[in-house]
Design a protein around this ligand. Sequence first.
Ligand SMILES: Cc1ncc(COP(=O)(O)O)c(C=O)c1O
Length: 388
Amino acid sequence: MSTATHAAEGAASHLARVFAQYPIDVVRGEGVWIHARDGRKFLDFYGGHAVAGLGYGHPRWLAALERQARQIAFQTNALPMAIRERAAAKLVKFAGLGLDTVFWINSGAEANENALKLAFKLTGRTKAVALEQGWHGRTAAAGAVTWGAIEKWYGFPRRPFDVSFAPRDRPEAIEQYVDRDTAAVIVEPIQGVGGAYDLGKPMLEALRRRCDDTGALLIFDEVQCGMGRSGSPFAANHYGVTPDLLTTAKALGNGFPVAALLIARRIARQIRYDDMGTTFGGGPMACAVAEAVIDAIESESLLHNVRTVSTYIRANCLVGPVTGVQGEGLLLGLRTSRPAREVQAALMERNILTGTAGDPQVLRLLPAYILNESHVDQLCDALAQIHP
Ligand SMILES: Cc1ncc(COP(=O)(O)O)c(C=O)c1O
């Protein structure tokens, strides 16, 4: 069975044909389960591409949305609102990294776009460094630092600045790439699209050191690996390496569009009016949701659950076509003996939804933080039935 067909085939669709479609017509979700129109029920290890951290229909999330919608659904950033401040304070405290200024925006790419712009503006330099296999979004600057984008889909006539890509597994090579012309180094501490690939502490420490030596700003893109997915608030906490700028999105809103750029104080002090801007960013609905997501992660001990279930997956999922497990927390890559797409299709036939990655031998798991061991048992049973 092919898992990627196009909905528009055979039926008129008014949607841009840019996404291959899985053959599941989703009508509703509940916890870690997705219900399809034809009555099938899928166990979701994909989480809407790492978005549904709390799962579907979480009561705190629903209550926050309803409460805020009744109170006031939107107001511009030019008018102060307590919820905007409260959510920023909550996010800064949750992160615990001393990055104590927040700029709210709407998507991961927009967060990276602003982080890069700040780095160029404040350093007056001309160059960015990113890592091979890194993925940062589809806008002009975020796409420019995304590995392989120019060759595959970038579309703009040229990059807005010079970019070089360093190998992701050679900390000793970083010096050759980052110099005094470098404004920013942008990395995902755990690469998502790159295959749930953990850069590791030595690499992150090498990047931090080299940025300190050259005056380049270090940006952690934690759009996918942040907000608890690593089992710590952010991967930066997990590795004990603090960037100058950190971007996050996806699980921050659990399905409501919200992203944040966290900024170190010494950088924030240099920002002037109009350096950044947004209409929808920092809207009260988005902030109420972000606050509720952090509340839920903290009060329901979800970081602990992420770590426990992750350990359980590592201990039990080496069955059938799975030859290894990489990544951290609930951003995991199952290395497969067969092409991961075939394993994904076989799991889908058994009503389990998983993701693939840039690496064709990696099946990506991005489930909700409420996942439990019995859900993992179902995945392991299904994997065991698939021919290696
Ligand atoms: C690491 C990373 N950065 C940035 C993005 C872009 O985020 P968005 O699609 O919200 O613009 C993604 C999306 O998959 C991502 O995984």
